[in-house]
Design a binder for this molecule. Structure first.
Ligand SMILES: Cc1ncc(COP(=O)(O)O)c(C=O)c1O
Length: 495
């Protein structure tokens, strides 16, 4: 008799290496947290004990403005009485160049989200299925299997799938440190470049994300110039993922690589490529509007041919062309979106500050980078995972651990804040408050004992520290029956 396990293995042998391997990169706590949420999603009334999704970088704060515009512009859709006369023109085959009005509107929008300091040529706009598709297409255009791209850490976990899975390309981490706010330094770049060389990985480019996911930071002009110079000198490509361009608020300023290359004499523009999408700035991830903007003619031509595999549907192109051409709407939307992001960010950071929880100072993106290093039993990724499990399964907040972003320092967590309503954010903060006060209660006797033992040395002050000496506290019994946060018997992490 053939066992089920053997049968499964044989089944996999019927498939390609890509299909049967795990190059999709989804075996990470980043995606496990999503599964935990999906199995038991929080709902204010129907599931008040469910997991709150704080692992999804989605901008839902201005959905009302979007819905209002759609209702006021029925002619923008070909599936309404007002737009149906265009149905046949739009529903027929459209080639991979995209509707001219779509490319023009997107180019203008990209200028606006870069404060009109640069011009974008509509003929260089290439479509893709979201930034996800854009990254893969760029990787296919620039690199062969086995080649590598340098990527500053921490970085968006999806890159492991988007750039690597089907292309066979490597990502080489550029290690950044919390001691200087995770800045991308020349030394870190040179070290990573050298490491790749020693591992026989030909480096084809550097992929940077500005504003950063997960840090929420923006790169200053000086740093951007140094990245352009570094890549130019090494004759490697620079891919700038700018999909959070319009999510800056407060004091932070977004500077596009498009602006910086104009200030660098003799810059080799053939090496510069921008990845963009409407997923974050307009809060439309479901529309799958991704853009490759390359300054390299050959890349534009090839990427356009490849875009046949991930075109934006013609009815979406038409709707987006109409929407983005409404300049008053776009201006108001971006202005309001920044205000709402700033207000939500303030609400979350004020809450965390009140609880003595640290976070990286940054004012962009749809998330913040929370510092829970003080809660780790030991400064290891095992401890980070242990703490993450508690947060997901007991506190019931799906935040994402830094290890899944390739952060090299354990104890950091990304917390998304723009994908929920105000009440849910209040509930999330209340759960964190209960969690931290329980921890403080728990650690008091430990602290007292330590103080006694060490006589004069103060170990426990405002900083929370989590002792995992008895891990079972979290698995059962840690939360009292009276705690508003009840442990879930349903959800178990899969890592
Ligand atoms: C930095 C970064 N790049 C790309 C993507 C993928 O975006 P899209 O939904 O447009 O495919 C994301 C999504 O979270 C992201 O954060």
């Amino acid at each position: 008799m053939v066992s089920i396990a053997t049968e499964k293995k044989q089944d996999l042998n019927l498939l390609s290496r890509i299909a049967s391997g795990d190059g999709h990169g989804e075996n990470s706590s980043y995606f496990d947290g999503w599964k935990a949420y999906e199995e038991n999603p929080f709902h204010q009334i129907d599931r008040p004990d469910g997991v709150i999704q704080m692992g999804l970088a989605e901008n839902q704060l201005c959905g009302d403005l979007m819905r209002k515009w759609v209702l006021e512009h029925p002619e923008a859709s070909i599936c309404t009485e007002q737009g149906v006369n265009q149905f046949s023109d739009i529903a027929i085959f459209q080639d991979y160049h995209g509707l001219p009005e779509f490319r023009q509107a997107v180019a203008k929008f990209m200028e606006k989200t870069r404060n009109n300091r640069v011009k974008f040529d509509p003929d260089r706009i290439v479509m893709s299925g979201g930034a996800t598709g854009a990254h893969e297409t760029v990787a296919f255009c620039l690199a062969n299997p086995g080649d590598g791209f340098l990527v500053p850490t921490p970085y968006y976990p999806g890159f492991d799938r988007d750039l690597r899975w089907r292309t066979g390309v490597n990502l080489v981490p550029v290690t950044c440190h919390s001691s200087d706010g995770f800045k991308i330094t020349m030394k870190a770049l040179e070290d990573a470049y050298e490491k790749a060389r020693l591992s026989n990985i030909p480096v084809k480019g550097l992929l940077m994300t500005n504003p950063s996911n997960p840090l929420g930071t923006t790169l200053d002009r000086e740093c951007l110039k140094s990245l352009v110079n570094f890549t130019n000198e090494k004759r490697i490509h620079l891919i700038a993922d700018e999909i959070y361009a319009a999510t800056t608020f407060g004091q932070s300023e977004f500077i596009s690589v498009a602006e910086v290359i104009e200030e660098i004499e003799d810059c080799n523009r053939d090496l510069i490529h921008i990845v963009y999408s409407l997923s974050k700035d307009m809060g439309l991830p479901g529309f799958r509007v991704g853009i490759i903007y390359s300054y390299n003619d050959r890349v534009v031509q090839i990427a356009r041919k490849m875009s046949s595999f991930g075109l934006v549907s013609s009815q979406t192109q038409r709707l987006i062309a109409k929407m983005l051409s409404d300049e008053d709407f776009v201006e108001e939307f971006i202005r309001e979106s920044k205000l709402r992001l700033a207000a939500r960010h303030k609400e979350l950071t004020t809450g965390l500050d009140g609880l003595g929880i640290g976070w990286l100072k940054a004012e962009a993106g749809l998330f913040l980078w929370m510092d829970l290093r003080n809660l780790l039993k030991t400064a290891t990724f095992d401890s980070e995972t242990e703490l993450w499990r508690v947060i997901v399964h007991q506190v019931k907040l799906n935040v994402s651990p830094g290890g899944s972003f390739h952060c090299h320092e354990p104890g950091w967590f990304r917390v998304c804040f723009a994908n929920m309503d105000h009440k849910t954010m209040e509930t999330a903060l209340e759960r964190i408050r209960v969690f931290t006060s329980q921890l403080e209660e728990e650690t008091k006797p430990v602290a007292a004992a330590t103080m006694m033992a060490k006589k004069k040395k103060k170990c426990w002050q405002s900083n929370l520290r989590l002792s995992f000496s008895d891990k079972r506290r979290f698995d059962d019994g840690f939360f009292s029956p009276h705690s508003p946060v009840t442990p879930s018997p349903l959800v178990r992490a899969q890592t």
